[in-house]
Design a protein around this ligand. Sequence first.
Ligand code: GLP
Length: 241
Amino acid sequence: MDIKIVNGKDGLAKEAANYIVEHLKKRDASVLGLATGSTPVGTYKELIAMHKEGKVSFANVHTFNLDEYVGLKNTDTNSYHYYMKELFFSHIDVPEDQFHLPKGTAEDIEAECHTYEKLIRQTGGIDLQLLGIGTNGHIGFNEPGTSFQSRTHVVTLDESTREANARFFDAIEDVPTHAITMGIESILEAKDILLLVAGKEKGEALSELLYGDVREDIPATALRKHPSVTVIVDTEAYQAA
Ligand code: GLP
């Protein structure tokens, strides 16, 4: 695991965006796995700025997001579809049919999980997966206890995750109880993984990832089994670990 320690949110955003742009420069086309949450917001902003300066194009990029809430329409401001369009896709040149998120309103959610997996495979698999981490060590929406053999599946969200994400909703009752997420095994199939960790509240999860045992109780520890993981961490999180 390659660890890069950076200063503050700006440092993290710049380092992560540069990493992604360098990755894209080496290829004619790429499949990116993308993440939501507050941590990557600055990275998307930075990528948009670099795109506007002509430093990067996403015309040959396909993207697959890690997860989506069950039951929220694409137009719901709390859906990850909305987040991705508002904060990234509508500002870059990625064609509409090249970005993908699981459909949280699909009639048959189980079937949607299979379809999503199939689409990732048909597109050639993920080259670079961007990840954040939950305070309980979750990645995507794979909560503690999720099997390391899991593929894209429906999850019941932990109360702690619903509480942590309630800040984006009017009330905790509005936070969905279920989500679709790529599984741990699906995530580990990415050729390279870039994990972003920011803030002291992530210290404990980071400490488990860096120094704890590899175990299903802390989903992020699965990353230690992957041969190519880069972690960009701000000093606050690093010092708290
Ligand atoms: C959510 C997302 C995760 C994300 C995590 C951390 O639950 N499903 O993909 O990594 O929150 O979010 P934040 O970056 O806001 O701390």
